[in-house]
Design a protein around this ligand. Structure first.
Ligand code: SAM
Length: 287
């Protein structure tokens, strides 16, 4: 069965009386080489478990199951479960669970998998909920090796932008705290069914086992980043003054200078190490 074949996809959907559900971001992959590339590049070893979010009709899942020891796939749409039983019926290393990833207790779900070996995430994510899913995975603090996801190209450019780049934002800096993100390749919109309005890209995040940045207070680091990006095109001194009313303008000017920045520096110039240094100095003033 070729799940990348458009005729096959149509036949399956019609046989199970299903429509593509926009509210679940259902755009199924129809390019075999893209599916193979994601599956082979999503982690360093094929001896581990892959958590897939949103298997759809099982196109990527099929390839993951061929290559990797074990696959656990979470699918929100109940209507797709019988389809997945059919398309993945030949595998005994795949577990499909009918659940919303945002409501899933990932710790409990993956406890055994982590005890058995490395676990990575691989998914063609539903676009409507990309950032919340990524933040849930990162904030779970589960020791995933890699998180490899297909997302909107624009979001991929943002997440992989260097500090100071035109796409660099608060979420880029936060992501850089947890791991190292790289763009693997772009995927044009016509490789999906139905075709979305925008192009996509695959990014791979290698999560740090030991994070290089050591903030004194993690929440304060995130608050500092959020404040710095709250008003783009304003200087860091201005955005921090608005974001930290408990600090005087003089204190803010001094700590920016102590970190070695020009008084006119903008927040979007700072990388995660510089944000960590800044937030550690703020910690000394307000803790
Ligand atoms: N993996 C398939 C592929 O590449 O062809 C389908 C990808 S499609 C972009 C996104 C999939 O995620 C759909 O099957 C959709 O039903 C599912 N989905 C959407 N929201 C979800 C959620 N909150 N939890 C789990 N699955 C979800």
């Amino acid at each position: 069965m070729n799940l990348c074949d458009i005729k096959t996809v149509k036949q399956i959907m019609s046989a199970y009386h299903l429509n593509f559900r926009k509210e679940f971001g259902q755009n199924f992959l129809t390019d075999r080489s893209v599916v193979e590339d994601i599956s082979s590049e999503c982690c360093a070893t094929d001896a581990g478990t892959i958590l897939e979010i949103g298997p759809g009709i099982g196109t990527l899942t099929y390839e993951l199951a061929l290559r990797h020891r074990k696959v656990i796939a979470l699918e929100i749409d109940r209507g797709l479960i019988p389809v997945l039983e059919y398309t993945l019926g030949e595998f005994d290393n795949v577990t499909v669970i009918n659940e919303d990833v945002m409501k899933t207790d990932l710790d409990a779900l993956l406890a055994l998998a982590f005890a058995e070996g490395p676990v990575s995430v691989c998914a063609n994510l539903p676009y409507y909920i990309t950032s919340p899913i990524l933040m849930k995975l990162l904030e779970s603090r589960l020791p995933f090796d890699y998180i490899t996801v297909m997302i909107q190209k624009e979001v991929a450019d943002r997440l992989t932008s260097p500090a100071g780049g035109k796409d660099y934002g608060a979420i880029t800096a936060v992501l850089a705290y947890y791991g190292e993100a790289e763009k693997l390749f772009d995927v044009p919109a016509d490789r999906f069914m139905p075709a979305p309005k925008v192009d996509s890209a695959v990014i791979r995040i290698r999560l740090y086992k030991d994070k290089p940045c050591k903030p004194k207070d993690e929440e304060l680091l995130f608050r500092t980043i959020k404040a710095a990006f709250a008003q783009r095109r304003k200087t860091l001194a201005n955005t921090l003054t608005a974001g930290f009313p408990e600090l005087s303008r003089e204190q803010i000017n001094t700590l920016i200078a102590d970190c070695g920045h020009e008084p006119t520096v903008r927040g979007e110039r700072l990388d995660i190490a510089q944000f960590t240094e800044l937030s550690n100095k703020i910690f000394e003033l307000i803790a």
